[in-house]
Design a protein around this ligand. Structure first.
Ligand code: FDA
Ligand code: NAD
Length: 426
């Protein structure tokens, strides 16, 4: 049994949705494009799962957040894919790939062949078992990567209203889920090994601003330690979390966000890997010329930094997906992907954006007592990174533009004095 397509997108997440839109805008014929996804639904904006989806009132539900609403583009419903003659193979895992033969074998036993393959398999949540702790499959231990996980969190939250949650990990999932749990009136304790939250990005000063707010909402922080085991009742439900420092936290539910692993395993030994992802060039083409990779799974050259990076953020998934389709369909007119890294988050009424790279010396600016504030990173005499909380659209555009231009900075004290005004004047 087998089918053949000109283009196959492997994975049905954010990047797949944006690539599909770009294919149709550039003009493909019915039957040329196929999307294969383990998820049973057409691509959606994954960021909604830790935000609007978890709200107690008027929560976001599909079909409202299918791609590409996150970039104020068309909302691609199953009907849209049908009308554009895009073949959807949903709820189906690809279990092996042969890039020499240009075939994919699905778990249902079908062989799907392609002329051009776009790998958009994203990533999977790291499990506690990988750190030597068992109990991930207990009914009240939750991870968050896909719609099924988010639906499960909602159900578990509803079953323990007013109870205690332990959030493991102080990264994006930890911070966004902790805020959502608080909004659902659940008591939250966060546990993570670092000295402050969002350690991969935030400075201690930025982190302490948000941590103070979380504390004012009743969130407790236990830092510098990790969990060692769970206490379970006879039905296999977690009742408490034991920490390595010897203390114990009561738990009606646990949310785990301890990082991800890119889904590269189908291609190990077949394609060149780097930084944990599939290495691609500025055209997002892998070491096999018929295979491209985008989104969380791709390690691509970031021109601005002069090095290969793998980014785990939605803007990079959207833009790399659009670029790859341009590179495939109009190779002569399409240059190298020239991407300015952009990360953001929204929790409670906060909203921040970050552009560039967080290396070098740090200059904080603005009002850290509750107003608009931010930071710049200066490396080798140039501005390389900018963070802003509570900005307007124009202000965010200004820090993005300034970071892309990498202006020379001679005097850090002067940069601090000018603050946001510096970016607005660039
Ligand atoms: P994505 O994970 O979206 O899609 C991968 C797809 O491939 C899935 O459908 C998967 O099932 C499928 N797949 C994998 N292996 C397969 C196989 N063998 N066979 C078939 N299908 C397979 N970023 C940001 O910048 N701001 C934000 O606010 C957020 N918020 C956020 C919240 C939550 C809860 C998560 C989990 C993530 C975010 N992110 C984010 C990160 C952002 O969502 C992420 O960078 C993009 O979803 C990456 O898009 P991809 O298409 O690369 O992978
Ligand atoms: P992350 O990398 O942001 O954070 C991982 C956290 O795990 C670390 O901060 C650390 O505190 C913690 N940790 C590591 N080892 C641990 C251990 N043994 N015990 C306890 N804690 C440990 O990853 P995440 O928060 O799991 O997010 C998953 C993915 O989803 C990431 O790719 C992230 O970029 C993406 N995401 C992004 C956003 C956003 O951009 N706003 C929102 C949600 C999720």
């Amino acid at each position: 049994m087998g089918r053949a397509f000109v283009y196959v997108i492997l994975g049905g997440g954010v990047a797949a949705g944006y690539a599909a839109l770009e294919f149709t805008q550039r003009g493909i014929s019915h039957g040329e494009l196929c999307i294969i996804s383990e998820e049973p639904v057409v691509p959606y904006e994954r960021p909604a799962l830790s935000k609007g989806f978890l709200l107690p009132e008027d929560p976001a539900r599909l079909p409202s957040f299918h791609t590409c609403v996150g970039a104020n583009e068309e909302r691609l419903t199953p009907k849209w894919y049908r009308e554009h003659g895009i073949e959807l193979v949903l709820g189906t895992r690809v279990k092996s790939a042969d890039v020499r033969r240009k075939t994919l074998l699905t778990a249902t036993g079908e062989t799907i062949s392609y002329k051009i393959l776009i790998i958009a398999t994203g990533a999977q949540a790291l499990k506690l078992e990988e750190f030597g702790v068992s109990g991930s499959d207990a009914e009240n231990v939750c991870y968050l990567r896909d719609l099924a996980d988010a639906t499960r969190i909602v159900n578990v939250m509803q079953s323990c209203a007013g109870g205690d949650a332990v959030v493991i990990g102080g990264g994006y999932i930890g911070m966004e889920c902790a805020a959502s749990l608080v909004i659902n009136k659940i008591n939250v304790t966060m546990v993570f090994p670092e000295a402050h939250c969002m350690a991969r990005l935030f400075t201690p000063k930025i982190a302490s601003y948000y941590e103070d707010y979380y504390k004012s909402k009743g969130v407790k922080f236990i830092k510098g330690t990790v969990l060692s085991s769970f206490e379970m009742d006879s039905s296999g439900k977690v009742t408490a979390v034991n920490l390595r420092d010897g203390s114990q936290l009561p738990a009606d539910m646990v949310v785990v966000g301890i990082g991800i692993r890119p889904n590269t395993s189908l291609f190990e030994g077949q394609l060149t890997l780097e930084k944990g992802g599939i290495k691609v060039n500025g055209r997002l083409q892998s070491s096999n010329s018929s295979v491209y990779a985008v989104g969380d799974v791709a390690a691509f050259p970031v021109k601005l930094f002069g090095e290969t990076r793998r980014l785990e953020h939605v803007d990079s998934a959207r833009k790399s997906a659009r670029h790859v389709v341009a590179a495939i369909m109009e190779p002569d007119k399409t240059g190298e992907f020239d991407y300015l890294p952009f990360f953001y988050s929204r929790v409670f009424t906060f909203s921040w954006q970050f552009y560039g790279d967080n290396v070098g010396e740090i200059v904080h600016y603005g009002d850290y007592s509750g107003g608009t504030f931010g930071a710049y990173w200066v490396s080798k005499g140039q501005l390389v990174g900018s963070f802003l909380e509570g900005g307007t659209k124009d202000e965010y555009e200004a820090i993005a533009k300034a970071t892309r231009l990498k202006p020379e900075i001679e005097d850090l004290a002067e940069l601090e004095r000018q603050g946001l005004g510096f970016a607005l004047a660039v």
